[in-house]
Design a protein around this ligand. Structure first.
Ligand code: ATP
Ligand code: MG
Length: 253
């Protein structure tokens, strides 16, 4: 395998003594487009927070671009799963996206270049016309797009999007996945999603997370992944052909 940009080795994590992730190993090569799938409560968001250095493993090591996550957080664009906004905080759409630029060099003056980059990011999510609106005056799907724009604004090497399409309509989803495919030419992308049908025609690898992790460097869901968490069959379009994948993988794979 190529030198991994994300390298997770034997990571264990628990909240207040209850194990959430056990012995997680994950090596993601540069410019992979990985889907994190798995059941609710399986630990996907927890793993994303570990990759960002927002949480620290109980055991094991995480290296992102060969460094501890906290040292490179500014090179990762992150859109959180739950971006409910404090309604009393009167911040504009453009300001939210600018926050994505400022995290790289803390709170210094906003330059013309920052504003142009923030506007370009909004434009790529079809949200530029909303730039002066208050963030809490937007619909859920519009807000979600703004947070994806924020993740893009600093032109990061890695994009980590935690359920970016939960509130986005079908046009918006197709549009977003096409945008991600385009961005994937230069960036490594990790998307947490339950959209297995749609995702599978875009991703290059799938990781199924339900306390432990199974990684496939192809857009394939195996019987073993389904047994881990999805109790009903998961339909997936692999390599552009819709079918239900029931392949098992051999031990040691
Ligand atoms: N701050 C916390 N304190 C204690 N337990 C937590 C905390 N955050 C998450 N958990 C628990 O950890 C487990 C994994 O949560 P996590 O959010 O990582 O799941 P997920 O795979 O992202 O699920 P979903 O698909 O619903 O987003 C869940 O059982 C959850 O209740
Ligand atoms: Mg989650």
């Amino acid at each position: 395998m190529k030198h991994p940009i994300i390298d997770v080795r034997n990571v264990y994590f628990s909240y207040n003594g209850s194990p959430i992730l056990t012995n997680i190993c994950l090596q993601v090569p540069e410019k992979e487009f990985v889907a994190f799938i798995g059941p609710n409560g399986g630990g996907k968001t927890t793993l994303v927070k570990l990759l960002l250095g927002l949480l620290a493993p109980d055991q094991g090591t995480i290296r992102i671009m060969d460094k501890p996550p906290s040292k490179v957080a500014h090179r990762i664009g992150y859109a959180p799963q739950d971006m409910s906004i404090n309604k009393a905080f009167p911040i504009s759409v453009l300001d939210v996206v600018l926050m994505g630029r400022l995290s790289a060099h803390s709170w210094v003056r906003v330059s013309r270049k920052d504003i142009m980059a923030a506007e370009k990011a909004l434009e790529s999510l079809e949200m530029k016309e909303y730039k002066d609106r208050k963030i809490d005056d937007l619909s859920g799907g519009q807000r979600e797009r703004v947070f994806i724009a924020r993740a893009l604004a600093a032109d990061p090497e890695i994009l980590l999007l935690d359920e970016p399409t939960a509130n986005i309509d079908s046009h918006g989803r197709t549009y977003l996945y096409n945008l991600l495919k385009e961005l994937n030419r230069t960036k490594t992308i990790v998307v947490v999603s339950h959209d297995t049908m749609v995702l599978s025609s875009y991703v290059t690898a799938v990781a199924c997370i339900n306390r432990d992790l199974h990684y496939h460097d192809e857009a394939e869901i195996t019987q073993e992944m389904m047994d881990m968490g999805y109790h009903c069959p998961v339909e997936l379009i692999a390599h552009g052909i819709p079918h239900r994948i029931l392949k098992t993988h051999g031990s040691g794979e």
